[in-house]
Design a protein around this ligand. Structure first.
Ligand SMILES: [Zn+2]
Length: 348
């Protein structure tokens, strides 16, 4: 028995040496090629990207892309290209074609966001809905969102969107998939919401985003840096499953959005509201409330997506008679649902 055991141990040791040897060799031989794509550029409305509060998307994307390239080049075994280095128009097709020509393993398209009603804030990642491209985009998206979260950005999630032709809606993702390359659109933050602009305008924030993106890429590819000593070679993550079907965008709001008033403290004007909301398709991520029956709503608050029921205070200004509370929730596709109204009276 002892002899058998020692044979097994010898065999295992030999196997470990072999296995170790081959992995080191494989890691050394493998060079990752990534293409950073600074969104927009040049003149003309669509080429400027979002322009708000003195912030210009096409300028921010280029600044961030340059900083990200420098940050990534601190790692071993990676070659980094960018699709533009100046303020010029580059078509989505040309960006993808360039990435293909340099043998890109992954294309990271850098963007900043805005919404037509200027109410949303946070970061989001768009990925292809198809097979391995979805898996790559989702896995990377989850890693980068964890990095962004550390900077205080609110995370909206990794999403897919299909166009009317049945292929990926976003051109750069579609063009890259057509050339067998995974691509994600990284919408770092909103230029038209104070929650995000207060961060973007803070000192060195673009460089912080560059470090966050670079760290996520280094983790995804298990890179190490002999320059800085950073070592993500043993980083691991749980991979998402390959989707068995096309994952369409969520076109509908939360399925339920119900409120109860638990109390009304007239001297302070505080109304304690309990809300229950759910959405089978997408996480509920924002909520807002109204005390004037839905005429005006407060700015969007963060909804704890791990709980279906939460309570919060609605502050009713002095002099308001018989306030009517109405609440709204939104999922991460920005589709909303409105609650039942509840009239609260003094002495409730
Ligand atoms: Zn953009």
């Amino acid at each position: 028995m002892k002899k058998v055991l020692s044979y097994i141990l010898v065999f295992l040791a030999a196997f470990a040496v072999c296995f170790h040897g081959t992995t080191i060799e494989a890691a050394a031989a493998r060079n990752v090629v990534v293409v950073i794509d600074p969104g927009h550029g040049g003149t003309g409305d669509r080429n400027l990207g979002a322009q708000y509060n003195g912030l210009s998307e096409k300028e921010l994307t280029l600044r961030l892309a340059n900083a990200l390239k420098a940050e990534l080049e601190k790692y071993d075994g990676i070659t980094v290209y960018t699709t533009r280095t100046t303020d010029t128009v580059v078509s989505l097709e040309d960006r993808a074609e360039f990435a293909k020509s340099v043998g890109a393993d992954f294309v990271f398209s850098i963007h900043f966001n805005a919404s037509s009603g200027h109410e949303f804030y946070g970061s989001e990642v768009w990925t292809s809905t198809f097979g391995d491209y979805y898996v790559a985009g989702c896995n990377f998206g989850n890693i980068v969102e964890a990095q962004w979260s550390e900077l205080g950005l609110y995370q909206k999630g990794v999403k897919t969107r299909i166009g009317s032709s049945g292929s990926d809606y976003y051109g750069i993702i579609r063009q890259c998939a057509a050339r067998s390359m995974p691509c994600v659109i990284l919408e770092h933050a909103y230029l038209d919401h104070v929650y995000d602009t207060s961060l973007i305008k803070s000192a060195d924030f673009v460089n912080k985003l560059a470090v966050a993106d670079a760290t996520a890429i280094a983790k995804y590819y298990k890179l190490r840096s002999s320059k800085t000593g950073a070592d993500y070679s043993s980083f691991s993550y749980a991979s998402v499953k390959k989707p068995g079907k096309v994952l369409y965008q969520d076109e509908t709001g939360p399925d339920t959005c119900d409120i109860k008033v638990l109390g009304y403290d007239t001297p302070s004007g505080n109304v304690l509201v309990e809300m229950t909301t759910s959405d089978k398709q997408s996480p509920v991520i924002y909520f807002s409330y109204s005390y004037d029956g839905g005429k005006t709503f407060c700015p969007l608050q963060m909804w704890d997506r791990t709980k279906a029921t939460q309570s919060f205070n609605v502050k009713v200004p002095g002099g308001t008679t018989n306030p009517v509370i109405v609440c709204r929730t939104y999922n991460n596709y920005e589709k909303g649902a409105q609650s039942n109204p509840v009239q609260v009276t003094a002495g409730f």
